[in-house]
Design a protein around this ligand. Structure first.
Ligand code: PMP
Length: 353
C-alpha cells in the first residue's frame, strides 16, 4: 500500500496528551483540569447563546472577546490575540517568530509541546538544565545564544514559579530576544506579567481559559503583547485559519473573564488544597517542590513513579506519569476537590502499607 504521509509528519514524534478514559469513573487528577465547574456567568452565557445565529462566521479576530480580555487584564484590545486553546497560540508563536536561522531556548524539563513545535517547524532547540530546587535557570538561559525563549511560569510539570521581579530582570537582560511567557497556571501563583506585557517589546504572555477558568472543554487561549507582536500572530493565523475562535466559545469566555471574583475564589480553594496535599505527601516521604500551579510533582518516595501511577489507576485514581529518565521517578498530580484529594491520600497510604 502506498504511504501518503509527508516527510515532516513521518519524521516527528507528536505530543502525547493525557488520558481521557471512558472505561470507568476515575478520580481524575492527570490533566491539570480545574475540579470546579465554570463560572455561573459563563454557564448563563452558554444557555443564553442565540444558536440561530450560528449560520454566520464569528468575528475573525474575536473583537468582543478581546475587549473583555483587555478590560480584565488591564491592556488595550490591540495588545490581545485570541486562539483555539493556548497550545494553538504557542504553535502560532513558532510559526510567526522562529525559523531555521536561529535556535529557540527552553528548559530541559518543561512543557514538552515546545520541543514538538520546534521539531515541526525545523527550529533548532537548545535546552538548559534546571538548577537547584527544580528552578528554571534564567542565568544560564541568558548566556545561551538564541533568537528567543519559551518559559512556562509556573513551570510544568514541576509547578515551580519564577517571581515577577526576577522575570522582569531577565526580560531587561535580553532586550533583543523574544520571551514567550507561558502563564497557563499563573492564576494559582499570582506573579503575572500580563498587565505589563505591552510595555516590553520582547515579551508575549500566553494564557488560557482551560485552567483557572475551568473551561478546558471549550478550547480558548490568548496572548498579550505589543501591537507589533500581536500583528505577527495575526499574520500567521490568517495563513492557517481566519476564524479560530467560534462564536459560542467567544461568548462563554467573555462572560467567564468578566467574573474575576469567581476565578479568584476557586483558585484560592485549589491553592489551599494544593498546599495541604503537598504537606501530606512530604510527610509520606515524597519529594515535592513547592508548587505555584494547580498540580504537584511528587516523586523519589518509597515507591517508583511508574508503580505509583499503576497502583493508583487500579484503585480508580488517575495521575500523570512519563517513562523517561528525567521524569520516571515522579508523578504529576492535579489538585482536585477536598474529597478527591482525601481519596488520593488515603489510597497512597494504603499502597505504601
Ligand atoms: N501551557 C502549558 C504549560 C500547559 O501545561 C498546557 C496544558 N496542557 C497548555 C499550555 C495548553 O493549554 P490549552 O491548550 O488547554 O490552553
Amino acid at each position: 500500500m502506498k504511504h501518503f504521509l509527508g516527510e515532516r509528519a513521518a519524521g516527528i514524534a507528536p505530543y502525547v496528551a493525557g488520558e481521557q478514559p471512558a472505561d470507568r469513573r476515575y478520580v481524575k487528577l492527570n490533566t491539570n483540569e480545574n475540579p470546579y465547574p465554570p463560572s455561573p456567568e459563563a454557564v448563563k452565557a452558554l444557555r443564553g447563546f442565540a444558536a440561530e445565529t450560528l449560520n454566520r462566521y464569528p468575528q475573525p479576530c474575536s473583537d468582543r472577546l478581546r475587549e473583555a480580555i483587555a478590560r480584565a487584564e488591564g491592556v488595550a484590545p490591540e495588545n490581545v490575540f485570541c486562539s483555539n486553546g493556548s497550545d494553538e497560540t504557542l504553535f502560532l508563536c513558532f510559526a510567526a517568530f522562529f525559523d531555521r536561522t536561529a535556535p529557540v531556548c527552553f528548559a530541559e524539563l518543561t512543557y514538552s509541546f515546545y520541543a514538538v513545535y520546534a521539531a515541526f517547524f525545523g527550529v533548532e532547540s537548545v535546552t538548559v538544565p534546571l538548577c537547584e530546587g527544580y528552578r528554571i535557570d534564567l542565568d544560564a538561559m541568558r548566556n545561551t545564544p538564541c533568537k528567543g525563549y519559551f518559559i512556562a511560569n509556573p513551570n510544568a510539570p514541576t509547578g515551580v514559579g519564577i517571581p515577577r521581579a526576577a522575570f522582569e530582570q531577565f526580560l531587561k537582560a535580553v532586550p533583543d530576544r523574544l520571551v514567550i511567557a507561558d502563564e497557563a497556571y499563573m492564576d494559582f501563583y499570582g506573579e503575572s506579567l500580563a498587565s505589563v506585557a505591552a510595555k516590553y517589546d520582547n515579551l508575549l504572555v500566553v494564557k488560557t481559559f482551560s485552567k483557572s477558568y475551568s473551561l478546558a472543554g471549550i478550547r480558548c487561549g490568548y496572548a498579550l503583547g505589543s501591537s507589533a507582536l500581536i500583528e505577527g500572530l495575526n499574520r500567521v493565523k490568517d495563513c492557517m485559519n481566519s476564524y479560530p475562535v467560534d462564536s459560542v466559545c467567544a461568548a462563554v469566555c467573555a462572560a467567564a473573564i468578566a467574573d474575576g471574583a469567581y476565578r479568584e475564589k476557586t483558585a484560592r480553594q485549589v491553592c489551599g488544597e494544593r498546599d495541604r496535599v503537598r504537606a501530606e505527601l512530604l510527610k509520606l516521604g515524597f519529594t515535592v517542590p513547592e508548587s505555584g500551579a494547580n498540580f504537584l510533582f511528587a516523586g523519589k518516595g518509597k515507591i517508583a513513579g511508574g508503580a505509583l501511577y499503576a497502583r493508583l489507576k487500579e484503585n480508580g485514581v488517575l495521575v500523570r506519569h512519563w517513562d523517561t529518565p528525567a521524569l520516571c521517578d515522579f508523578c504529576r498530580i492535579t489538585v482536585g476537590t477536598p474529597t478527591e484529594n482525601d481519596f488520593l491520600l488515603k489510597t497512597i497510604k494504603t499502597i505504601l502499607g
